[in-house]
Design a protein around this ligand. Structure first.
Ligand code: ARG
Ligand code: GLU
Length: 701
């Protein structure tokens, strides 16, 4: 015992002295944790080995984790292919299956047997088979000082070769991804399953409880989960949807912990974070904080104000614009947290100070000297282009009519199949489209656009002041009946002519070509130069801080491990947030008058009788918790695990005060938000009446 403690202490001091990476910061590559990271994880409480986390020749935890679709994570919770992810990750699928008669969005969904599980064409889940450093192979033939275009050509060829070798004679898919701005390359091999069926979804009043009001916030009471099942062919290999397919038997599935969660407990998150920017130059931080975020927030505020007003006035509109509203407000809210966080941390000034130190160190190293100044100069040139580009995507392309008309402008042919698919797109568009909202939004957005985007980036011949009138009054794309009649035209040439001369198509093309001619080429060229300089800068930082800082590569939608502990925080003066929320908080927020807080009757009834069955903990039911794991978008649905690698939660958000962690992680306020897995089980069992589902799960008590 004594001996053990001393050892742990020794490891601890060793790690502390070696690492200036602040506590709990980092998204680590699973295949590399064995090279030292594992010691810090174990010192902080992990009771597993590196091979338990990641191994190629034996089953390990990574085999129970999938990339869910393209933007989320999910994990296997039974040996019969059962998978859990977030409600907001399965939202599109749940919505697809919903109709007025079967409104699964509102009432939830529970398959009562396998035959009731619902297939989802287009949805895939990807298991990582293997990841490997292929830097030498990818950089083979690359010489220092080589022309950038030639270099890229060689690298692309080498990448293709590595992918080919990895997928030859098997059914895997592979990618090669750059890490550390192209100083390192890794090969990722995936097994991709394409028959994934919906098994369970709670009502939105649970799965999206608190809506956009609570989004990005703690304390949180959202039951943000949904359940799917992965199916395979009879040989347990991926197969397209078929009624003959069978539940996939994974190499590994998670045991679910019922042991509970305490402040201070070790936790880790194992999933697919999307993008982070930890090594950015100060100029880019300043741009984000002072220009990009504030302008994007302002433009979205305009849109949301108009949308919200229309939604409040009309229940049908509230439903029509629900998903649009959610996606517009999601980044809108995150950016505000990010701006404030960067300001509070003084990230840009800290980076500037570091850049000075770097240049002092690099003064006698021609390879590195001046790189931060070159980056600054490039950002100077980039700024007007980046800014105009922000307005193109956040103002121009936020015009629903223009985006919709773009489908027609870009249609390569007008064959019957194409017309059928355009008609289908039109049906989807008009189902949730209110021209008056779009028109008002357009006027508001274009006013800002004209005010802030210099004329040289704007299309000639588009008169901003009369734009809404000119386009909305003349275009056929605002009206489903007119458009349907048009698409029924048998004469393809006449149809093409009509489309081409439509006011919305013309406007779409005018804005697009202004973008493509005046913004995009320079923007792309400057970014290629930035890439080159960042590659040098990154290598220099790693050399300069070698032995004093442990680096982790920016997130790039590849599998990572983040670890930390269950921990509360102080969001502002005089306030401390406890790390665990319960059903009491759900009921405190309950308000049938407010859509986002209207607790389902069944849950209200259970609360009244306190009939929680085995799910009662201290007279209530745990709902969510926060921890210091470093996560980002894409980590939604990721397993949150305890020291034994058992599932304790499902990640679904971050706390607002810490959203700048994509650029700088601050251990005092950066927290990930997870659903307590016991709340999901309680909801399945007591509210959803689908307790049979628990029979195939494994529990640890
Ligand atoms: N903030 C979370 C994420 O970034 C949840 C988003 C979905 N929920 C919402 N209310 N819009 O994806
Ligand atoms: N909700 C986010 C997602 O969908 C996770 C929140 C975050 O950005 O950390 O991935």
């Amino acid at each position: 015992m004594k001996h053990l403690t001393r050892l742990t202490l020794l490891t601890l001091t060793f790690c502390l002295s070696l690492s200036t990476t602040r506590a709990d910061e980092g998204m680590w590559l699973p295949s590399l944790v064995a090279e030292g990271r594992i010691n810090d994880m174990r010192a902080k409480g992990l009771r597993l080995t590196a091979e338990d986390l990641y191994a190629v020749n034996q089953a390990s935890l990574k085999d129970a984790i999938v990339r869910f679709g393209s933007g989320c994570t999910g994990e296997l919770i039974s040996d019969e292919g059962l998978l859990i992810t977030n409600h907001h990750c399965g939202y599109g699928q749940i919505q697809q299956h919903s109709s007025v008669e079967h409104d699964y969005l509102t009432h939830g969904f529970a398959a009562m047997n396998r035959s009731e599980e619902l297939p989802n064409p287009g949805l895939v889940v990807s298991f990582l088979v293997e990841m490997r450093d292929v830097t030498d192979a990818v950089l083979k033939g690359v010489k220092p000082g080589m022309d950038e275009a030639q270099r890229t050509k060689i690298i692309d060829r080498n990448k293709a070769k590595a992918i080919q070798a990895a997928t030859k004679g098997n059914h895997y898919k592979a990618t090669v991804e750059a890490l550390y701005y192209g100083n390192q390359y890794f090969l990722f091999v995936y097994e991709v399953f394409e028959d994934v069926r919906l098994v369970f979804a709670p009502p939105s009043a649970v799965g999206k409880f608190g809506g956009d009001t609570d989004n990005w916030m703690w304390p949180r009471h959202t039951g943000d989960f949904s359940i799917f099942r992965v199916y395979a062919g009879p040989d347990n290999k991926p197969a397209p949807y078929s009624p003959e397919n069978v539940p996939y038997v994974p190499k590994k599935s998670f045991t679910i912990s019922l042991k509970g969660i305490d402040e201070g407990d070790f936790t880790f998150v194992y999933g697919f974070p999307g993008r982070t920017y930890q090594y950015l130059h100060s100029a880019a931080v300043r741009y984000t904080q002072q220009l990009s975020d504030p302008h994007k927030v302002k433009l979205r505020t305009l849109r949301l104000d108009i949308m919200n007003r229309a939604m409040a006035a009309d229940a049908a509109v509230r439903i029509q614009y629900a998903a649009k509203n959610a996606s517009v407000s999601n980044a809108w809210k995150k950016w505000q947290g990010e701006m404030r966080g960067l300001e509070r941390l003084g990230t840009a000034a800290k980076k500037e100070a570091f850049e000075e130190r770097f240049e002092a160190w690099a003064a006698d190293k021609p390879e590195y000297a001046g790189v931060t100044e070159r980056l600054a100069a490039l950002y100077d040139s980039l700024e007007p282009y980046a800014f105009a580009r922000d307005y193109h995507s956040e103002a121009v392309m936020a015009i629903e009519l223009l985006k919709f008309a773009g489908n027609f402008a870009n249609a390569r042919d007008l064959k019957p199949e194409t017309i059928a698919s355009l008609q289908k797109a039109a049906d989807g568009f008009f189902k949730d489209y209110v021209p008056a909202i779009d028109r008002e939004t357009t006027t508001a957005l274009l006013q800002e656009y004209a005010r802030y985007v210099p004329a040289r980036f704007r299309p000639q011949g588009v008169v901003i002041d009369s734009f809404a009138t000119a386009v909305f009054d003349r275009s056929l794309f605002t009206d489903s009946v007119q458009l349907r009649a048009l698409l029924a035209t048998a004469d393809t040439a006449a149809l093409r002519q009509q489309i081409n001369s439509d006011a919305a198509v013309e406007a779409y093309r005018a804005f697009l070509s202004a973008y493509q001619n005046t913004i995009e080429p320079t923007y792309a060229a400057l970014n290629r130069q930035l890439d080159t300089e960042y590659r040098t800068y990154m290598r220099g930082m790693m050399e300069m801080l070698d032995g004093t800082k442990e680096f982790y590569p920016d997130a790039n939608s590849t599998l990572r491990i983040a670890y930390g502990k269950v921990d509360g925080y102080r969001p502002m003066d005089a306030v401390y947030y406890e790390p665990v929320s319960t059903l009491e908080g759900v009921m405190q927020k309950d308000n049938p008058e407010i859509y986002d807080y209207d607790v389902p009757t069944r849950l209200r009834e259970i609360y009244e009788t306190k009939d929680y069955g085995p799910w009662a903990v201290n007279g209530t039911v745990p709902v969510a918790f926060i921890a210091t794991n470093h996560t980002t978008g894409g980590n939604s649905g990721s397993p949150v695990l305890n020291a034994d690698g058992e599932l304790i939660g499902v990640n679904f958000d971050r706390c607002w005060e810490g959203t700048m962690s994509d650029l700088e992680y601050d251990p005092t306020v950066c927290r990930n938000i997870a659903l307590d897995i016991r709340y999901a089980l309680f909801l399945i069992d007591r509210v959803g009446g689908a307790g049979y589902m628990l029979d195939e799960m494994k529990f640890s008590k």
